[in-house]
Design a protein around this ligand. Structure first.
Ligand SMILES: Nc1ncnc2c1ncn2[C@@H]1O[C@H](COP(=O)(O)OP(=O)(O)OP(=O)(O)O)[C@@H](O)[C@H]1O
Ligand SMILES: [Mg+2]
Length: 470
């Protein structure tokens, strides 16, 4: 009975020994493959395990229990076995190669009982080629970064916004001031009035001009994609997501300016998210854990009056207040007809260059037609009209007949006359000049007369003669 007990004990300790041997072999196998080699020394720096046969051509049995400094050139392993201080990624010359090595002390119960040395790179050159590869990758990333910046640059500056209209001059000034701060700007105005021009100009005049300029057209992106477009997502965030994840526009625009165009079309749910982000100045990718600090200026633009959208429950009032820090309301073209001649001239010059067509002039009468039209499509419509004319006109002048029919019709309704009699033309010119001077002087006739270079009574007479006081 007692014998049996002993047999069991012996058997089980043999099992344990075998298990220990197996795991030691496994560790040896692992060391052979994981590194270029490894050596273990005891607290006196004597070799107790040698795994450098492949690396140095020396067998284990030749070195066991010998002081490590006699076997490996320039080693410091015996020193680490004394100091207990680890030495990582040191360059050590062995057999003519600059090897990258690490030395780690082995501590038991607070006492250094030995040290382990490993070779991570057989030659610094291996590391050099790795560094080179990293440098290539880095410069590729830099190149793409530059490319992204070039792609997301603001094209227009305040010089591109030509105007003689008082309100527009004021708005340009306001926008210039806004550019200096980081405040959110809300640009409202009918379609084609030049909201995008203002957004570009603000970015270009700001300290963020070297950052990206990102425009997001909220109306053009389907609702279900808007969130991932704006915030991006991490790899595998949802089924159907790109494997490598996606950088969102907010991340892309960080450090620069983000234009939320057609913000009126943004779904309510998204409005709530944007509001939260504007308040916390932080966001995260979909499926991501890291919060990203948001350092952007937001410019919101819309051609539908947000006040109405709020009344109809389609736009959050709190978001409106958040966005409406600096409001810029661009007047429609029909309310700044004094801009039509200079705008038309500028646009024609630019078109001629862009299209490679010879420049053509507008006749006085053509300008009159342009001034009387209502321009529902504002400057965009003006530009398209001029582009069409530039293409079809043979000579070097653009006559009213060269304009689309509906323009002439609508302007003839408002007293456009084909008369070529000198007196009619003079009368018309006088009326225009007086109207313009009165507009400039806010109806003050003395100021208007001075501007026109005539006496005040002469102005009164003309106003009466042309029945302009009715
Ligand atoms: N000040 C300007 N000088 C020259 N061209 C202009 C000016 N303003 C607008 N334009 C012309 O009108 C076009 C429309 O301008 P922009 O895109 O800024 O309008 P928008 O107000 O953003 O319109 P939408 O609401 O339809 O987006 C421009 O592409 C440009 O050709
Ligand atoms: Mg626009």
């Amino acid at each position: 009975m007692i014998m049996k007990q002993n047999e069991v004990e012996i058997e089980s300790s043999e099992d344990q020994l075998q298990q220990l041997k197996d795991s030691l072999e496994m560790i040896e196998e692992l060391l052979d493959n994981a590194y270029h080699g490894m050596v273990l020394v005891d607290h006196e720096g004597r070799i107790i395990k040698w795994n450098y046969e492949k690396l140095m051509g020396i067998k284990e049995e030749e070195v066991l229990m010998r002081p490590v400094e006699e076997i490996i050139e320039n080693t410091r392993l015996h020193i680490v076995a004394k100091t207990g201080e680890k030495e990582l990624f040191d360059v050590q010359k062995i057999q003519g190669y600059d090897m990258i090595t690490s030395r780690i002390p082995i501590v038991k119960d607070g006492r250094v009982i030995g040290a382990a040395g490993t070779v991570l790179f057989k030659d610094v050159k291996e590391l050099e080629s790795l560094v080179k590869r990293m440098k290539v990758l880095e410069s590729t990333v830099d190149e793409y970064r530059g490319e992204i910046k070039r792609l997301h640059r603001a094209k227009y500056s305040f010089e591109h916004i030509v105007t003689q209209n008082r309100q527009m001059i004021y708005l340009k000034e306001l926008a210039r001031k806004a550019a200096e701060s980081n405040s959110t700007v809300l640009i409202q105005g009918e379609s084609g009035t030049g909201k995008e021009f203002f957004a570009h100009a603000i970015h270009r005049a700001s300290l963020r001009r070297y950052g990206s300029f990102i425009t997001i057209n909220c109306a053009a992106i389907p609702n279900e994609l808007l969130e991932s477009e704006l915030f991006g997502y991490d790899a595998g965030a949802f089924t159907g997501a790109k494997k490598q994840g996606k950088v969102g526009k907010f991340e892309l625009g960080n450090g620069g300016t983000i234009v939320l165009d057609e913000i009126g079309a943004m779904p309510l749910e998204m409005q709530a998210k944007i509001l939260r982000i504007l308040e916390s100045r932080e966001f995260e990718r979909i499926g991501g854990n890291d919060r990203i600090q948001l350092d952007v200026r937001i410019i919101a633009a819309t051609n539908e009056p947000l006040e109405e959208a709020i009344k109809e429950g389609r736009f959050r009032q709190d978001l409106y207040y958040r966005l409406n820090v600096i409001p810029i309301e661009i007047p429609p073209l029909r309310e700044r007809i004094e801009d039509i001649p200079i705008l038309a001239q500028r646009i024609l010059e630019k078109l001629a260059v862009d299209l490679g067509i010879e420049m053509k002039e507008l006749t006085f009468e053509t300008i009159e037609v342009l001034k009387k039209y209502q321009w529902p499509g504002n400057v965009r419509e003006l530009r398209n009209t001029l582009e069409r004319a530039l293409n079809i006109v043979q000579g070097d002048m653009i006559y009213p007949e060269d304009l689309p029919g509906h323009l002439i019709e609508s302007s003839s309704k408002s007293s456009y006359s084909h008369s070529l009699l000198l007196k009619d033309i003079m009368a018309k010119t006088e009326i225009e000049a007086i109207q313009s001077a009165l507009r400039d002087s806010n109806g003050n006739k003395s100021v208007a007369a001075k501007q026109l270079g005539i006496h005040r009574t002469a102005l009164y007479k003309k106003i009466q003669a042309y029945e302009m006081n009715k």
